[in-house]
Structure formats: structure tokens, C-alpha cells
Design a protein around this ligand. Sequence first.
Ligand SMILES: [Zn+2]
Length: 200
Amino acid sequence: MDDRAARISYDDATALVVVDMQNDFADPDGSLYVAGTDDIVELVNTHLQAARSGGSTVVLTQDWHPPETPHFVTGGGPWPPHCVRETWGAELHPDLGTDADLVLRKGTGGEDGYSAFTVADPTTGDTTSTGLAAYLDARAVTRVVVVGVAGDVCVRATALDAAGAGFDTEVPWDATASVDPDQGAAGARADLADAGVAVS
Ligand SMILES: [Zn+2]
């Protein structure tokens, strides 16, 4: 039993963005298992419940890649194939709460899909909005809380974009897990702090 509290106040001007809590990252049998992700599912659910109780907007993201993409080593990219659309690995962890206002799938067309706000073309680097900032603006959201995986990759990218889009942004770090829990996590935390993100 995980009795850690959410440590975050949730209200109707806040959005909780739960990043990529999918089998390929969260299950030890996943193709890109991020150690410790299975240990934060319960804490992330605590955030989901607190966000719901506080009237916050709840967004779940999924990496949602085509079978072949420049994002994968098989296409010249940095990552082993993961979260291929319509596969077990791309499904949300079975214990994760799914009461959300929006499930946002990213990387669907071969883009990198790191951030929930923008995706970049792997060859040109051109970024395209996912529409999330406008969605949150339309719901009068001014504050974004980001949790999930990986802390040093997609959580980092999502929180940096949230801050860049003008949202007050917070990352409760205990509700994340990182690919590199040492240097990678430390570097991400420093980058976020530099960007004005409150990392607690
Ligand atoms: Zn990916």
C-alpha cells in the first residue's frame, strides 16, 4: 500500500497531465521499461483522484507510434521500438485510473512525440502543436501539474513546453520515474528549475 500523499493542491484552474503510463514503460516486460514506474502507479492514482475531487482537468497521454518510425533504432533513431499503436505495449498500465477529460496520443505520424504540447519532425526538427495548450486555455486552465514517465524525457519535455506556453507548471518528482535516475534525472530537474518549473 502506497500511503504517499499527492502533496499538490488541485482546483478548477489546474490541469493534471499524466504522461505515458503505458506497459512498455511501466511493466518490467515492456520493451523500454523505466525502472520504478510500476512503483508510482498508486501515487499517480492518488493525484488522479485529488485532481478529480478538486475539479481539475485531467489529461492522460500515450506514446502512439507507427510500427516503423525514425524515432526507433530500426529507423535510425535513439530508442528501441516501443508503444506501437494498438499493441499491448501502448496500452495504459492496467492499474492506472482512466477517468480523464482527454486521452492525448502523440508521435502518431512518425514524429518524436516527447512533449504532450508539441511534436517534432525527426528529420527537419520542425515542431507542430498537439493542440493541448489551446484545449487547456479553452477550459480556463492556468496551472499544469505533470507526473508520469519518463521524468528525464517526456515529463521533462512536457513540463518545459507547459512553462513555455505560459502555464504555472509543477512537477512533483516522486510521481515520476526516469530512464537515467541519476544524472538524467538531475539534469532534467535542473533544466526544469531553470525554466521556472516548480520541482518538488
Ligand atoms: Zn516514443
